[in-house]
Ligand binder design. Structure first.
Ligand code: NAD
Ligand code: MG
Length: 372
């Protein structure tokens, strides 16, 4: 079962959580220095060969340490270094991974290790799901977003020129090893983007965690190790619990898309890459809170709390002006929209979710209020 972390964690604390999915269950280890912890890593690797997939930004920072830890008991370690960027989460990179695995005669017992952010994690997970019909993989997330969100839950995949994350598989890792020390080198903008998903977890599931994030945002922005470790642990617990109940997004898992209906419209409307995903989600959460208020689910004071917290995380709170028609068009193609009406994840109240459609005039009012 899921272990509850204590908010009083110190800098050296290590934590172990679990994602409970019967025979697909796996542990999440969180703490400083885990990248070089051979014991923590090797227990999840069965075969003689291990292939690390990473990118040109992360490799000079962390590949050597991970490679040494994995090779420490005589295993053969293959390193696959891809170019950095969302635009490389594609078919060509997937083939580059398969080429390296085949050239190195990797068999079904080979384990893949994803060392990097969500791009590397999604790509490597999908490679593991399809190489020889499925081999083991371990997530070693190095961005805050990947540590609190993308490395947990088993959604893997790549982008298609006609749509983001359109090709993929549900495929759970054997373990998630989140080394919190890696966050020291993360660019500030990427730290803020990860905090958006942390705020999301509090807003939709846990009002007490939302209170804690409010009280500790200054520490989180200052990269206080104890505060970050607690935020990661609580986020993973919340996400793991949702995934346990609805692994393949039959219903409940959609609540993790709070802020994402508006956010995806911003990302797609501006063209991917202008705003980071977390930036769009931050602003999208403010808009979703505004709509929740117009629906009578929360009061204006709760909307202000969300707005202030998103702003304190260094994220935008005003959306770009895409034009109302384009906004509606983009939200309608969002994948959560089934059967005509746009489905929104709203707060009812702060700390719990409601999946619902909303009257057109209220959506228009939120757009009018939320746009710069
Ligand atoms: P990312 O993987 O592009 O990483 C952001 C940047 O940080 C990159 O330039 C990366 O090289 C760099 N970086 C990574 N670790 C670093 C470190 N420790 N120090 C310095 N730089 C570092 O972006 P992301 O935000 O981690 O992930 C976004 C991706 O995750 C998207 O493709 C999105 O679709 C996916 N995602 C997947 C899920 C899921 O459930 N599978 C959930 C959310 C997001
Ligand atoms: Mg997201």
């Amino acid at each position: 079962c899921v272990i509850h972390a204590e908010p009083s964690m110190n800098e050296q604390s290590k934590m172990l959580l679990s994602v409970d999915l019967d025979e697909r269950s796996y542990p999440i280890a969180i703490g400083p220095g885990l990248l070089a912890d051979a014991d923590a890593l090797l227990r999840h690797i069965s075969g003689h060969k291990v292939a690390i997939v990473t990118n040109t930004t992360v490799a000079p920072l962390y590949l050597g340490r991970l490679q040494a830890a994995l090779a420490s008991d005589g295993r053969e370690v293959i390193c696959i270094v891809l170019p950095d960027g969302e635009e490389y989460k594609n078919w060509a990179s997937l083939m580059q991974i398969f080429d390296a695995l085949l050239a190195n005669k990797c068999d079904r017992k080979t384990t893949l290790v994803a060392l990097g952010g969500g791009v590397i994690g999604d790509l490597t997970g999908y490679a593991a799901a399809s190489y020889m019909r499925g081999i083991g993989f371990v997530q070693v997330p190095t961005t805050l977003l990947a540590q609190v969100d993308s490395s947990v839950g088993g959604k893997t995949g790549i982008n298609h020129p006609l749509g983001k994350n359109m090709i993929g598989a549900f495929y759970q890792p054997r373990a998630v090893i989140a080394d919190t020390s890696t966050l020291e080198t993360l660019p500030a903008r990427e730290l803020s983007a990860g905090l958006a998903e942390v705020i999301k977890h509090g807003a939709i599931i846990d009002a007490a965690f939302f209170d804690w994030i409010e009280a500790n945002m200054a520490k989180l922005m200052a990269r206080d190790k104890g505060a970050l470790a607690y935020a990661i642990a609580r986020s993973c617990e919340i996400k793991a619990d949702v995934v346990r109940q609805d692994e393949r997004e039959g219903g409940l898992r959609a609540i993790l898309n709070f802020g994402h209906t508006f956010g995806h419209a911003i990302e797609a409307g501006l063209g991917y890459g202008h705003w980071l995903h977390g930036e769009a989600v931050g602003c999208g959460m403010v808009m979703a809170a505004d709509l929740s208020c117009r629906m009578g689910y929360i009061d204006q004071a709760a909307v202000e709390r969300v707005r202030k917290l998103v702003a304190a995380a260094g994220l935008p709170v005003k959306a770009p002006d895409l034009g109302v028609a384009r906004w509606l068009e983009l939200m309608e193609v969002d994948k959560k929209n089934e059967g005509g009406a746009i489905k929104f994840i709203l707060l009812k109240p702060l700390g719990s979710p409601s999946i619902t459609s909303a009257p057109h005039e209220l959506v228009l009012a939120t757009l009018a209020a939320g746009v710069q």
